[in-house]
Design a protein around this ligand. Structure first.
Ligand code: AOF
Ligand code: ZN
Length: 365
């Protein structure tokens, strides 16, 4: 039964995807005599926590009941008072927790407070699923740098465009809708200047079935070459555009960009390019907890080399286009030997009709 109610809490938590960053996805269920009498989730950043929403929704007195929550209830005064205080006052008898809160402000303290107040606590229920659900939060809260997902789409013969540069579209519409779900989920989307010059993308979220949240657009532009009429600089969006550049940007171009409301980050140079580790820290300082890296190949290789990538989502479409000069998902210099490959762990294969997507992590669990 514990797993059934925890699954329900996870499902509720997922409703917050795209609205709560950089906070965690949290859902809570209150159970009495094997019946759900309350449920809630964290709906929007800075608003009530899941536990409070579940308690408020209860259809009967919660005294003596059990709360299921995917993340340890908080014990600190943040934007809201500690959830543990409200739980204790409510008369809840038992709290079943998916995972300990990695937030150093909480990290076990919430569990201790509950136990010290004669509340029975069980932890680690569906822990793996709970950690996966909050993989962005886990990375961000412990490192203050964004969780980075490298996404690319290629043909069966490993190309991202034909030799003429045509790339619309490699994958089918279901795969592309999934990518827009990803854009909705993350706080930032990052591309290199070559992608802007070639494709002039909008980098916004366009979902079939609902209004999505646009991620902050981040363009890596070492020399400040971005044209002022680029779509990313002119799009109507609630999210801003950040140009990550270096001192190689002409001063007047910097002024022009700032004048049109663009945020500019001047990063140090590393191998004549934007220092990506510096940039990740700077983005973390701006509360960007996650970045979807949509390449192209040069930037993708630098990102792997600089060790900023956490996860890869590689789409493969059953098409063959050939061309020795056609671009591939990861360019740059490449590694010398197979033993130097960037290996993926915990890989999973997803299918979107005839497209395949391989997901994997750069670090071993
Ligand atoms: C949430 N929603 O449902 C739970 C959270 O910034 P604050 O004051 O809202 O506090 C955020 C911290 O509270 C968060 O980092 C996590 O440690 C804890 N639990 N946060 O936003 C929730 N349960
Ligand atoms: Zn809380």
């Amino acid at each position: 039964m514990d797993n059934i109610y925890m699954k329900k809490a996870i499902e509720l938590a997922k409703k917050g995807i795209g609205y709560v960053n950089p906070n965690p996805l949290v859902g809570a269920v209150i159970v009495k005599d094997n019946r759900i009498i309350g449920e809630g989730y964290h709906k929007i950043y800075g608003d009530y926590h899941a536990e409070i929403n579940a308690l408020t929704s209860a259809t009967e007195n919660v005294r003596g009941s059990t709360m299921y929550v995917n993340l340890e209830p908080c014990s600190h005064y943040g934007k809201t008072p500690p959830c543990v205080n409200t739980i204790i006052k409510s008369g809840i008898k038992k709290v079943v927790i998916g995972m300990k809160d990695p937030n150093p402000l909480v990290s076990g303290k919430g569990i201790n407070v509950l136990k010290n107040n004669e509340i029975e606590v069980t932890t680690g229920i569906m822990e793996e699923e709970c950690k996966k659900l909050n993989e962005i939060f886990l990375k961000y809260i412990t490192t203050k740098t964004p969780f980075c997902i490298l996404k690319s789409a290629m043909t069966l013969d490993g190309k991202i465009a034909t030799y003429t540069g045509d790339s619309k579209w490699i994958t089918n519409s279901i795969s592309r809708n999934y990518v827009h779900e990803l854009r909705h989920k993350v706080s930032g989307i990052m591309v290199g200047i070559e992608t802007i010059l070639k494709d002039n993308p909008f980098l916004n979220t366009r979902l079939n079935n609902k209004q999505g949240t646009d991620p902050v657009r981040i363009v890596i532009d070492t020399k400040g070459r971005i044209p002022l009429d680029s779509n990313v600089l002119n799009i109507k969006s609630s999210a801003k555009t950040i140009i990550a550049t270096t001192t190689l940007i002409p001063k007047d171009k910097l002024k022009l960009l700032e004048n049109i409301g663009c945020e500019v980050i001047i990063a140090p140079l590393k191998n004549n390019r934007v220092d990506l580790n510096y940039l990740m820290k700077a983005l973390g300082d701006k509360k960007i907890d996650s970045v979807l890296l949509e390449g192209g190949g040069e930037l993708n290789f630098s990102a792997l080399e600089e060790n900023i990538v956490d996860k890869v989502n590689m789409f493969i479409a059953p098409k063959i286009i050939g061309g020795s000069s056609s671009k591939t998902p990861v360019g740059g210099f490449g590694v010398n030997l197979i033993k130097d490959s960037f290996n993926l762990y915990n890989t999973k294969v997803h299918t979107f009709e005839s497209d395949v997507m391989i997901e994997g992590y750069l670090k071993k669990e």
